[in-house]
Write a protein that binds this ligand. Structure first.
Ligand SMILES: [Zn+2]
Length: 228
């Protein structure tokens, strides 16, 4: 790993989108939770995990009303994620907490192109909900979970490349680091898993099912179009 190329700032790491065009298409919109659980599970049971796959388990969605977090843009926003996680699950040392927001423009510094931000060896990660819902969603969420599991960036290749690259490979060395993480729990049967609580960030406590429904329908239409 090339440490000089790791844009780690304190406990934070940065993940950029694939292209400026993709970024420009990303407008602030109502946050929606897309766990991509099936795709994320595939990444954490790829060949380098051998006979010890890790099941990523997403719990019930927790909705929080915090309009300031809809644009994740400051260290104060970052610390508030820990507060929400502590208030919700109590224990910050055994579970992960993934937050879905509209826009991320900060991750240890002002990074307008960031689409995800994760605490390295920490319990919180945040993703832009429209990217999480898209074709790179599983890669984005798995990448930030990788940071939570104490992985830094590679020079560009694999899941831990600093930019979304459609390459979700984890090396044997990275998998060895993951197995040392306190967030990897083991059942009595020996099966390994990671428990993740998803948080939907909304502007107010009053739900707007109409607007959310329209967003989901729009994304579904876009995905159908891509398959043609
Ligand atoms: Zn990263």
């Amino acid at each position: 790993m090339n440490r000089w190329s790791m844009p780690l700032i304190g406990w934070l790491a940065v993940c950029f989108g694939t292209s400026q065009a993709f970024w420009n298409a990303t407008e602030a919109s109502a946050a929606v939770v897309t766990t991509q659980e099936a795709g994320v599970d595939l990444i954490f049971r790829q060949d380098s995990f051998g006979s010890s796959p890790i099941d990523i388990r997403f719990g019930e969605v927790v909705t929080i009303a915090d309009s300031g977090l809809l644009n994740f843009d400051s260290e104060a926003d970052y610390f508030s994620l820990f507060d929400y996680a502590r208030d919700t699950v109590g224990d910050l040392n055994s579970q992960l907490n993934v937050f879905y927001t509209d826009q991320i423009t900060w991750c240890g510094g002002d990074i307008p192109a960031a689409v995800g931000c994760g605490a390295v060896n920490g319990p919180v990660l945040i993703v832009e909900s429209d990217f999480a819902a898209g074709a790179f969603g599983a890669e984005l969420i798995a990448h930030e979970i990788g940071h939570n599991l104490n992985l830094g960036h590679t020079g560009g290749e694999g899941l831990m490349g600093p930019r979304l690259n459609n390459d979700t490979t984890l090396t044997a060395g990275e998998v060895a680091t993951i197995f040392e993480s306190r967030f990897v729990q083991t059942e009595l049967s020996g099966a390994r898993f990671i428990q993740v609580t998803p948080y939907l960030i909304q502007a107010s406590a009053v739900p707007e099912p109409g607007a959310a429904g329209m967003l989901v329908a729009g994304l579904a239409a876009g995905m159908a179009w891509r398959r043609r």
